[in-house]
Design a protein around this ligand. Sequence first.
Ligand code: SF4
Ligand code: SF4
Length: 168
Amino acid sequence: MAIGVKVMKRPERQVSYVRATLKGMALTFKHMFKKPVTMEYPEEKSTADYTITPRWRGTHRMATDEQGRSKCVACGLCPQICPANCIKLVPGEDEEGNRYPLIYEIDEFRCVFCGYCQEVCPEEAIHVGVHYENSEYSRDRFVYDLERLMSQTHPVSTLWDPADPRGE
Ligand code: SF4
Ligand code: SF4
């Protein structure tokens, strides 16, 4: 495809910038009377006009069963696939041979929120969540243990759907 190039010549005589300045000011004034496209965070959060997409990949959440136990069966797939190597799993096994996590931790600071852990989980246990307010004052607070992951209540991400690539 040919690319059109428009060569702009420098003016050879002295020009006034008043016209350009007035044009710029007119544009500014025009926007002063338009509805703002920004919001006053954190006073304003999600509204009808500014909603966070259900595909958002943020703070993790561990799903639980009817008895309130973690759905994780300690299969080891999520720490295996995690590109940031930020999931720590120590598997355990009960008397009946059921596997469960003795230790399950995610370092949210190292996580790149790719969502692979959610995609790979055979039990739909671990999820990235529609949540972004997870700032902390110390590094160690970013390491979420199993209890903390289970106590999260925000919605889980719907992730990208190949059948609906534009999210419509
Ligand atoms: S979202 Fe990606 S980087 Fe974060 S814990 Fe899951 S697999 Fe690892
Ligand atoms: S993939 Fe799911 S079941 Fe397997 S260890 Fe991770 S959270 Fe647990």
